[in-house]
Design a binder for this molecule. Structure first.
Ligand code: FPP
Length: 254
């Protein structure tokens, strides 16, 4: 089924030949099941163009749209996007408000496309603390797409990896546990039921994890590109996949 997904993509006439060349090299049987992305560089991208930072975030929405479609078409099971970290509240109020409005607009506009492509939306993080407009849209889209069986798109919102682990411990304690192990703690995480990411992509060059999926990234392959998020499109994703497919994953073994 996956092989046919790549074959179908290859028949897309509109794709430029360089993109087709990259696609042709992808081994459809060795795709990551779960891709996580730290979408970085929006602000710098805007600054280079003498634009306010929010223009970078807005441009980043087109990258979100393209990467979500590409992952769905390729047959990737889960895509997790770091859309707003628990630390992002410390940004200027106007930028936070703009990010929340962008999220709300994205969810409102994107619902028909998510439905058409059978995408199921989920959220991780303490997203109940988001402003009511964004929270309501999120609840609406999560509910509306809950029966879709295509790509699981997980948005990390007001998310922090350490917080998630602390929350998981508290959940375990509350359920009466006096001790936890890897399996029981995993069950208390926001990502319960999802496979750990096989591939983490970070755009814009920084070599950091930035409190993202700290537990889940234990054996994840990390790919960092200098491309800023607003410029990250299909060819960049395909290059990341090809790089991933060249790695030898040993999970601590030989
Ligand atoms: C990091 O760039 C990016 C963010 C903090 C937010 C990412 C948000 C979007 C792409 C738009 C909304 C997302 C969705 C899913 C609707 P930065 O501002 O830290 O860039 P910089 O490091 O260059 O300053």
């Amino acid at each position: 089924m996956r092989a046919s997904a790549v074959a179908t993509l290859l028949t897309m006439r509109s794709a430029p030949s360089a993109e087709q060349d990259l696609l042709q090299q992808i081994n459809a049987d060795k795709l990551p099941k779960h891709i996580a992305i730290i979408m970085d560089g929006n602000g710098r991208w805007a600054k280079q163009r003498h634009l306010p930072r929010v223009f970078g975030h807005r441009a980043g929405i087109s990258s979100v749209r393209e990467v979500v479609r590409a992952c769905g078409q390729l047959g990737v099971k889960v895509l997790t996007l770091y859309a707003f970290s628990a630390e992002n509240w410390s940004r200027p109020g106007a930028e936070v408000a703009a990010l929340m409005r962008l999220l709300e607009d994205y969810l409102q506009r994107e619902l028909p496309d998510l439905q058409k492509n059978h995408v199921q939306l989920r959220a991780i993080g303490r997203w109940d603390a988001l402003p009511s407009g964004a929270r309501r849209q999120l609840e609406r889209v999560i509910e509306a797409t809950s029966k879709n069986r295509g790509l699981i798109l997980t948005l990390a919102l007001n998310y922090g990896g350490r917080q998630e682990i602390v929350d998981a411990c508290n959940r375990a304690l509350k359920s009466g546990a006096r001790q936890v192990n890897e399996e029981s703690l995993s069950r208390c995480l926001n990502t319960h039921g999802l496979p750990d990411p096989d591939l983490l992509i970070r755009t814009s060059g920084e070599m950091r994890i930035s409190n993202f999926l700290l537990w889940q990234l234990a054996y994840t392959e990390i790919y960092v590109t200098d491309t800023p998020w607003p410029e990250f499109r299909r060819p960049h994703l395909y290059r990341a996949l090809l790089d991933f497919q060249r790695r030898e994953r040993r999970f601590g073994g030989l």
